[in-house]
Write a protein that binds this ligand. Structure first.
Ligand SMILES: *[C@@H]1O[C@H](CO)[C@@H](O)[C@H](O)[C@H]1NC(C)=O
Ligand SMILES: *[C@@H]1O[C@H](CO)[C@@H](O)[C@H](O)[C@H]1NC(C)=O
Ligand SMILES: *[C@@H]1O[C@H](CO)[C@@H](O)[C@H](O)[C@H]1NC(C)=O
Ligand SMILES: *[C@@H]1O[C@H](CO)[C@@H](O)[C@H](O)[C@H]1NC(C)=O
Ligand SMILES: *[C@@H]1O[C@H](CO)[C@@H](O)[C@H](O)[C@H]1NC(C)=O
Ligand SMILES: *[C@@H]1O[C@H](CO)[C@@H](O)[C@H](O)[C@H]1NC(C)=O
Ligand SMILES: *[C@@H]1O[C@H](CO)[C@@H](O)[C@H](O)[C@H]1NC(C)=O
Ligand SMILES: *[C@@H]1O[C@H](CO)[C@@H](O)[C@H](O)[C@H]1NC(C)=O
Ligand SMILES: *[C@@H]1O[C@H](CO)[C@@H](O)[C@H](O)[C@H]1NC(C)=O
Ligand SMILES: *[C@@H]1O[C@H](CO)[C@@H](O)[C@H](O)[C@H]1NC(C)=O
Ligand SMILES: *[C@@H]1O[C@H](CO)[C@@H](O)[C@H](O)[C@H]1NC(C)=O
Length: 662
């Protein structure tokens, strides 16, 4: 008896306070008029539609924002026409969503024209999309997702039609308190291979690198569509669409801020604030064409800009003073450019390889397998460089090489720059320095070696690093400049004399110690057990080969040490230890499903590299959770790869006497 009455009472109260409450609906119909103080929420309370004033102003705008974070506005109707007071209203008028001021002048309208007689309603969907639809049929006439402001929401699509050059993308606010049209735009652009850009008044400011079907090859820490839902699709008319299909259980937000940065932020429900997880551009080298044409930008280098191999600064004076804008030019003519009567007409050009590179802009593309790209490029006189990605095929460049960036091993592709044959055998400046330095130290240590030889001449095998280096200089191999040689003393100091307290674990091939080098860098030192029957020469050759395997999901080998009858390998140190520590310890509840999925996928990628994409084609033979190490971002890295080569001997042998690993 009481219940209907209460319900009636509540309805009465609700109607009395109709002025200035949030409405229990997600729909604006022909009888509803939304006042300045009213809001409507999407049915799952993710988004709210209403009037707002940006921080620091009294201007009123109609917009959509996150329910949890009213200051985070995802869409604005009257961007360039603010209301100066609170007299604005929203209603359905002549089929459209219409925003009027106190004088009933139209400030903004969805602006759909149709002569058909129909009733329409507007609904705020759970995706943050405000749609205007035909009430009877539900067909959509207009949607805010097709008129994006600065936010890229799941189910929204940004697009580019290469035929008509029509673009639909984000546009930044003018400033943090003015949602008017700003200087920056961002969206997809496809000339063959789609990429994401940020433009500053139409001039490129940042570029994602080509999309390979899974990730942008020039964006670090990006996972595939299955994890974060980004995908690219092509419509029948050739329009390329980029979208994010779902939102994972964390609320995250992608937007272009008023300073021209693309930002991804994660909602922290406890702190009630956004945690920024990614921005672009992030460092100097991320800025488009930072170093001018034919140059390479690497943020770890000083200076950050250098000319590509075979190229030299266009203007040495300018370049030296840090003005890189005019870039570099080629030093030597390529085969095609040399006259027909040149004596070296038949000497074929070669390629210089760069790893982990954001490949240049303006690529041409052709399907093809990896070993075809090189030939295709050589045969085309206008081809200046090529690259290969399994998801794209061969990419070629002609004319110019713009915006080449080197990454720190966590993104990018292998990139091959065409150079004249005469440049091929020219040593790099760096290598010359290192070789001469080594030669210097070699002279100094000759006496040492001689005396050492005098007392230890039992076999002719190479037993010291110096001898090994000498052996190399006789052969054609170059000294691996990037594999530092550590002395036993340095490592003993770093690990506090291999103190048990520093022991990280016992691997299959010997104990591992944590060490801190004099420069503060943390490393992991693996002290190989004596079981390896290899001589130093074979050992060093293996180590050098393995050190050349670089992949974001492989632990990096930093150097080695052979001294005092010991062999040690120095690896990068990873803060989150090994996977088994989390998998098999029920008290450690840090691996949620997203992390687990990322880990599984990344191990797969590491293995794919070892098995198929690397030069060595290594079979691990001891893959287990304790050999998967995790860095501070929970990116897994396979360790102990190549051990089977070092310990297992010749890979041609079909059987081995040792039972290896798992
Ligand atoms: C419009 O919506 C209100 C509240 O949701 C409802 O009471 C009213 O009947 C609706 N009007 C029409 C014409 O559907
Ligand atoms: C408004 O801006 C001021 C100054 O920039 C800042 O301190 C404050 O936190 C801002 N408020 C909100 C709600 O963003
Ligand atoms: C709608 O969202 C606003 C916050 O944006 C909130 O204040 C209001 O209570 C919500 N209304 C309903 C009916 O949940
Ligand atoms: C607000 O704008 C209206 C017209 O858009 C104008 O008539 C009115 O004078 C303005 N009010 C103030 C206080 O500026
Ligand atoms: C609709 O938009 C077009 C293009 O911006 C404009 O020319 C036209 O005047 C608008 N119509 C209305 C009714 O606002
Ligand atoms: C629109 O709605 C009114 C009142 O709800 C109704 O009388 C009319 O037939 C509707 N028109 C159409 C085309 O559905
Ligand atoms: C936008 O461009 C104008 C004109 O070039 C400039 O004055 C203004 O500072 C720029 N705004 C931002 C946020 O960069
Ligand atoms: C956000 O950042 C704070 C401080 O860095 C951290 O404690 C918190 O766990 C983060 N929240 C999320 C959801 O990542
Ligand atoms: C850098 O060089 C270019 C071209 O030579 C010149 O136009 C520009 O003004 C220089 N920039 C600076 C900061 O000196
Ligand atoms: C080729 O020979 C002709 C005639 O001897 C000469 O004029 C021309 O400069 C030569 N070209 C090159 C590239 O050496
Ligand atoms: C050579 O490459 C250019 C640019 O990549 C391309 O336009 C041209 O068709 C190619 N020529 C041949 C013969 O493949």
């Amino acid at each position: 008896m009481l219940k209907p009455f209460l319900h009636f009472l509540i309805t009465i109260i609700f109607m009395l306070y109709r002025n200035g409450v949030s409405l229990e609906t997600d729909t604006i119909n022909s009888t509803l008029v939304l006042k300045d103080s009213d809001t409507i929420n999407s049915s799952d309370k993710q988004f709210t539609l209403g009037f707002f004033s940006p921080n620091g102003t009294t201007n009123r705008y109609l917009g959509i924002w996150y329910y949890v974070s009213p200051s985070s506005v995802t869409w604005v109707a009257n961007r360039d026409h603010p209301l100066n007071d609170t007299s604005g209203t929203v209603s359905i008028s002549s089929k459209n969503i219409v925003l009027m001021n106190g004088n009933r002048e139209i400030i903004w309208s969805s602006n759909v024209s149709s002569s058909i007689q129909m009733n329409t309603t507007a609904q705020l969907l759970n995706s943050g999309n405000l749609v205007l639809k035909v009430t009877s049929s539900g067909s959509i006439l207009w949607e805010s997702h097709n008129h994006p402001v600065d936010s890229f929401l799941p189910t929204m699509r940004v697009s580019h039609n290469p035929r008509t050059n029509e673009k639909l993308g984000l546009n930044s606010w003018r400033s943090f308190q003015d949602p008017g049209h700003g200087n920056f735009t961002s969206g997809v652009y496809s000339a063959g291979v789609p990429q994401i850009y940020i433009w500053d008044k139409g001039v490129p400011r940042w570029r994602s690198g080509p999309w390979n079907g899974q990730v942008f090859t020039g964006v670090t820490n990006m996972y595939t569509v299955y994890v974060n839902g980004f995908s690219m699709a092509t419509g029948e008319d050739g329009t390329v669409y980029f979208s994010r299909s779902f939102q994972d259980k964390f609320l995250s937000r992608n937007f272009l801020d008023s300073d021209g940065f693309l930002v991804e932020a994660l909602w922290d429900g406890v702190q009630k604030d956004w945690n920024v997880t990614w921005t672009a551009p992030r460092d100097q080298c991320d800025y488009y064409n930072k170093c001018g044409p034919f140059s390479l930008c690497y943020s770890k280098d000083r200076p950050i800009c250098s000319c590509l191999r075979g190229y030299e600064p266009m203007n040495t004076l300018e370049w030296g003073s840090g003005n890189w804008s005019s870039g570099c030019v080629r030093r030597t003519k390529l085969q095609c450019e040399r006259g027909n009567n040149a004596t070296d007409k038949n000497k074929e050009d070669g390629f210089s390889r760069l790893t982990f590179v954001k490949v240049p802009d303006f690529m041409h593309w052709s399907s093809g397998v990896e070993n075809e790209c090189r030939g295709l490029c050589l045969r085309n006189c206008s081809c200046l460089a090529y690259a290969y990605d399994a998801g794209i095929g061969c990419m070629f460049w002609s004319g110019t090489l713009i915006d080449v960036q080197k990454f720190n091993g966590d993104a990018g592709a292998d990139f091959y720059v065409r150079i004249a044959y005469s440049e091929l055998d020219k040593e790099d400046h760096k290598v010359v320095v290192i070789v001469s330095a080594i030669a210097g130290s070699f002279v100094a240590s000759v006496c040492l070696i001689l005396s050492w030889w005098a007392c230890k001449r039992r076999d002719k095998r190479v037993t010291t690093y110096e001898e090994w280096v000498k052996g190399l200089s006789d052969s054609s191999e170059t000294v691996p400049s990037d594999l530092p040689w550590y002395s036993f003393e340095v490592l003993a100091n770093a690990t506090n004399n291999f103190n048990v307290a520093n022991k990280l674990g016992m691997g299959g091939f010997g104990p591992v110690y944590k060490g801190k080098l004099a420069n503060g860098k943390e490393v992991a030192v693996k002290r190989l057990s004596a079981a390896s029957g290899q001589g130093l020469e074979e050992f060093m050759n293996e180590v050098v080969l393995i050190s050349k395997l670089q992949h974001r999901n492989l632990v990096r080998l930093l150097g080695c040490c052979v001294e005092k009858g010991e062999k040690m390998l120095i690896y990068e140190y990873l803060h989150n230890r090994s996977l088994d520590a989390y998998l098999f310890d029920r008290t450690q509840d840090v691996l949620d499903w997203k992390k687990r999925f990322n880990i599984i996928e990344a191990i797969g990628r590491g293995l794919l590299y070892l098995h198929r994409d690397s030069r060595l084609r290594i079979i691990h033979r001891d893959l287990k959770p304790s050999n998967i190490l995790l860095d501070e971002d929970w990116i897994p890295k396979i360790s102990d790869f190549g051990m089977a080569r070092i310990f297992g001997g010749n890979q041609d042998q079909a059987n081995t006497r040792r039972v290896v690993g798992t």
